[in-house]
Design a protein around this ligand. Structure first.
Ligand SMILES: Nc1ncnc2c1ncn2[C@@H]1O[C@H](COP(=O)(O)OP(=O)(O)O)[C@@H](O)[C@H]1O
Ligand SMILES: O=C(O)C1=C[C@@H](OP(=O)(O)O)[C@@H](O)[C@H](O)C1
Ligand SMILES: [Mg+2]
Length: 192
């Protein structure tokens, strides 16, 4: 099975919301995309807790599948290998329902992944400016693509991926907002 992370019971029943969408739609997976450091993993957990969904962090799922960490995978096999594992993991988990899926920032690089995400859930893109991202990820050794000159890497990768997150159903700026506030905004949009 997947690496599902148990979350608390729903403390905000959807039924209380007047503008809630139909039952079918509120069981639809929520998929978070966005550049590294925009808060997908952190916010995903909060959204899952509030909705009574399971959080599935795609990076954690890949690590579980592979029995090694992402930095180890990059070092031992290279990025192309990681991307294949990422794509496989994504397609597997999209078969499930009522998940909040926090993807890795590069999951959008493969157009097949983007099509599968559109098909398999409601997609929210998180954004932040380079300065905010650099501040959030500096000193974290778990992102091999940012090893070395973090500032240069973040700016370069952001430029390379500029248009890759635009297919989302909604785009949410996280700058100057707490993870909790971002989660609230996601839920407001999701419930319509
Ligand atoms: N809205 C926010 N405001 C401030 N810090 C945040 C926010 N969202 C996430 N963070 C912090 O930024 C870092 C990266 O968050 P993470 O959830 O791992 O991002 P991602 O999964 O998108 O790479 C973590 O230290 C997290 O606590
Ligand atoms: O943007 C990327 O290419 C990556 C983002 C990471 O996830 P986060 O976006 O959760 O940091 C992780 O999947 C890997 O290090 C590659
Ligand atoms: Mg993450």
């Amino acid at each position: 099975m997947f690496n599902l992370i148990p979350v608390k019971a729903n403390t905000s029943p959807i039924g209380k919301h007047k503008r809630g969408v139909g039952l079918n739609q509120v069981s639809q997976n929520i998929i978070l995309i966005g550049m590294m450091g925009t808060g997908k993993t952190t916010v995903g957990r909060l959204v899952a807790e509030r909705l009574g969904f399971q959080l599935l962090d795609l990076d954690a799922e890949i690590e579980r599948m592979e029995g090694r960490t992402i930095p180890e995978m990059f070092a031992e096999e290279g990025e192309a290998y990681f991307r294949k594992a990422e794509s496989r993991a994504l397609h597997n988990v999209l078969a499930a329902k009522r998940l909040v899926i926090a993807t890795g920032g590069g999951a959008v690089l493969n157009p097949d992944n983007c099509a599968a995400m559109k098909q398999g859930g409601w997609v929210a893109a998180l954004t932040a400016d380079a300065e905010t991202i650099i501040e959030r990820v500096r000193g974290d050794a778990n992102r091999p693509l940012l090893a070395g000159d973090v500032e240069e890497r973040v700016r370069r990768i952001m430029a390379e991926r500029e248009d890759k997150y635009r297919f989302a159903d909604v785009t949410i700026d996280t700058v100057g907002r707490s993870a909790d506030e971002v989660a609230t905004e996601i839920l407001t949009h999701y419930r319509g």
